[in-house]
Design a protein around this ligand. Structure first.
Ligand SMILES: Nc1nc2c(c(=O)[nH]1)N[C@H]1C(S)=C(S)[C@@H](COP(=O)(O)O)O[C@H]1N2
Ligand SMILES: [Mo]
Length: 507
């Protein structure tokens, strides 16, 4: 019993420390919650192949699994340290201190560390150690054989009740602190903004095929279903009234803009399809939206480029960086600093209050969310987050087509139906999409409305489905006549390729 009580003391002390740290983080910055800083550090230190494996194996659940593992390892370690307190209570407390100091270290070494960020982990340290000392004291007092134990059996009964009371008290306070931290973090939603109208609006948006081809991806992706990919465990909260955009590096006139100053520049509105380099053939890390923002080249012209920079290094509020090739930004495409998405301000998960959008490039080389700085520099002088992890430097999005309907491995009724999906070849434009059924000839499909070369295209092929098992392959050809690559490639280092082929059962 004494072992269980001691292990429980360690575990509860860790839970209390984590919970109070979480509460304090609710006031400082939700991202500084101890479990998050430790997990973020784990993400940054994880070698690229392991990260790829985790993303491929767990998909968007990878973050939850990481957080769960960090908590589990911490609790197991705290439990073991609790056991050690039986004969070495001071040493055990010191060991727990060392464990918590790791969270302090994780907080201090985050790229965008500010002095207050250390408060949550300091709270964890103080509360964790105090709870540990107190609970192990109660547990040892309830041990009839222990050196601290009350030798008299009557006293042992009282001491046991005291331990149970203490443990319940710590557990209750932990739950309250954790819930309080969650509520406080959730209460700091972004201020609602009224965005100016674009000086250069996008053309009227056409009706997509989703009204007529059931199961096809809608022509425009709503904000709440738009895929989300980033290294952040908590969405960064940016106070738009204190936010600035710095422009520095190899420029004649470095400057800084407030949000209102940025929004007062001439705004363009563009329909652009984004794709993540981690998207597998047939995958869902792709989305299409109407973006409102300032042309990146306008901002660079205002600063006046000097010397021979070859990249725009953009930095997010949390210190995350992205390199975008300068020649791509300046080749006339509509690379922009977006402040609006589908008619509203940027959602927090998608970079509020401002992000980069670079048509034709995968997100990791052109779509910095929670943007705060643009630095004109060279690849020789500075490398961005993913570049340092061996991902490609220049990464144009590869042409690709995806089958949305019928769904892979589904069973559908025999008769007239439609095979349909989306295809993209950003900045080259989709020329045609072809489907091959059961290894037959490639058949040309009907294309949906044309929203420009930076936007995906819906496609469909009427099909008289006969009973049996069928294989449906799809491929896109860009407007210059180049078909998508049929050679299979993994997302690392410059994007997946290959032809998607789905199997369906017709009954
Ligand atoms: N600050 C920040 N910006 C970022 C990332 C990130 O991890 N941090 N990830 C990039 C990647 S890999 C992609 S694909 C896009 C995804 O943007 P979305 O989440 O709005 O779809 O954001 C890019 N911008
Ligand atoms: Mo990405």
């Amino acid at each position: 019993m004494i072992r269980i009580r001691l292990a429980l003391s360690g575990i509860l002390a860790a839970v209390a420390g984590i919970a109070v740290g979480h509460l304090v983080a609710g006031f400082v910055d939700p991202a500084t919650s101890p479990v998050l800083t430790v997990s973020s550090t784990v993400i940054d230190l994880t070698p690229t192949p392991v990260k790829e494996w985790a993303v491929a194996r767990f998909g968007t659940a990878d973050k939850a699994i990481l957080l769960g593992s960090v908590v589990l390892v911490t609790l197991v370690a705290a439990g073991v340290i609790g056991l050690l307190a039986r004969h070495r209570r001071t040493l055990a407390t010191a060991l727990l201190g060392v464990l918590v100091l790791a969270t302090v270290a994780a907080a201090v070494t985050r790229p965008a560390f500010a002095a207050v960020d250390v408060l949550p982990s300091l709270a964890t340290l103080v509360v964790g150690l105090a709870a540990f000392w107190w609970l192990t004291g109660l547990a040892l007092a309830a041990d009839p054989e222990g050196e601290h134990g009350a030798a008299r059996p009557a006293r042992v009964g009282t001491a046991r009740r005291e331990f149970i009371g203490g443990a319940l008290g710590v557990a209750t306070l932990s739950v309250l602190a954790a819930v309080g931290g969650q509520l406080r973090a959730g209460a700091q939603a972004a201020r609602r903004l009224v965005l100016p109208r674009p000086a250069d609006p996008a053309p009227a948006f056409p009706a997509g095929l989703e009204a007529t081809v059931p199961g096809i991806t809608p022509l425009r992706t709503p904000n709440d279903t738009f895929y989300r990919v980033d290294t952040n465990l908590a969405v960064p909260r940016v106070d738009v009234d204190r936010w600035t955009l710095e422009v520095d590096g190899m420029v004649e006139r470095p400057f800084s803009l407030t949000f209102d100053e940025l929004a007062a520049m001439p705004l363009i509105e563009r329909d652009i399809t984004m794709t993540c380099v981690s998207n597998e053939v047939g995958g869902g890390y792709v989305g299409a939206a109407r973006w409102l923002g300032v042309r990146l080249s306008d901002v660079l012209d205002r600063a006046g480029i000097t010397g021979a920079p070859d990249q725009v290094l953009s930095t997010a509020v949390d210190g995350f960086t992205i390199s975008t090739p300068l020649d791509v930004v300046r080749d006339g495409r509509d690379a922009m600093i977006a402040i609006g998405m589908n008619g509203t301000q940027l959602p927090e998960a998608h970079g509020f209050p401002a992000r980069l959008i670079t048509p034709g490039l995968y997100g990791f080389v052109g779509a910095t969310k929670w943007l705060t700085k643009l630095t004109l520099t060279t690849y020789a002088a500075e490398q961005a987050y993913w570049t340092r992890r061996q991902w490609a430097t220049d990464a144009p999005i590869k042409t690709s087509a995806r089958v949305d309907t019928p769904r892979p491995l589904s069973t559908i009724a025999a008769g007239r139906t439609a095979i349909g999906g989306v295809a993209w070849a950003q900045h080259r434009g989709v020329g045609k999409v072809e489907v091959r059924i059961d290894g037959g000839d490639w058949q040309q499909t009907e294309l949906g409305p044309d929203v420009g070369i930076d936007y995906w295209r819906q496609w469909y092929l009427p099909w008289d489905a006969k009973p049996g098992l069928h294989r449906i392959a799809v491929r896109a050809v860009d407007r210059s006549g180049r078909p998508q690559l049929s050679e299979r490639a993994t997302p690392f280092p410059s994007g997946s390729s290959g032809i998607q082929e789905v199997v369906v059962t017709v009954e």
